[in-house]
Design a protein. Structure first.
Length: 185
């Protein structure tokens, strides 16, 4: 029976730990060090598939510029990773995750548009963490309450008596649905 030194045992354990660590997790730890903080703010590694790293970028310009730099980045990353990467693909496709979208203000709604309702008031049920585990009837009831609360102060369309944003009444004299019927037929 042979005895091994503590240093030999520790080196074997360190090697096993490195081999057990997932390459993607290791990459996430060193990403900002490799690309720099400015680039890291506009990129997010998504996955490693068949030794190809997929990275989301905040814009097409970032994706294009980083594509030109991918060989330099591959050399830096492969020096730190246990399994070498073959290529890096940059795309804007998955930049906006569900989590990020929920925290961003909706800047696509023009306050001058006739259908603008003003600032939306969020109810407690709108952002309920357990909303996906509730039954459909409860979710529908909560949605109906939220819609009623949002539109209770709106004037009614003179034709169909539905709550209508004031801008639509000013522009067409009726709600958008009644206006569409009037203009199409």
């Amino acid at each position: 029976m042979s005895f091994k030194s503590v240093n030999d045992i520790l080196s074997v354990l360190q090697l096993e730990t490195k081999l057990q660590e997932q390459p993607f997790q290791h990459l996430l730890k060193c990403w900002s060090k490799v690309v720099g903080t400015a680039v890291a703010a506009h990129t997010r590694p998504l996955s490693i598939q068949r030794n190809v790293l997929w990275v989301a970028t905040s814009s097409a310009a970032w994706a294009q510029n980083l594509t030109f730099e991918r060989q330099r980045l591959l050399i830096k990353l492969n020096a730190l990773l246990p399994t070498p990467l073959v290529d890096i693909r940059f795309s804007t496709a998955e930049w906006h995750s569900r989590k990020q979208i929920a925290h961003q203000p909706n800047s696509s709604v023009d306050p001058q548009h006739p259908s603008y309702l003003g600032k939306e008031t969020a109810t407690e049920n709108d952002h309920d963490v357990n909303s996906t585990t509730r039954d459909p009837n409860t979710s529908f009831a909560d949605w109906a309450v939220a819609i009623q609360a949002r539109s209770h102060h709106l004037p009614l369309c003179p034709k169909c008596e539905c709550p209508t944003p004031p801008g639509e009444l000013q522009r067409w004299g009726v709600c958008c649905l009644c206006a569409a019927k009037k203009f199409s037929g």
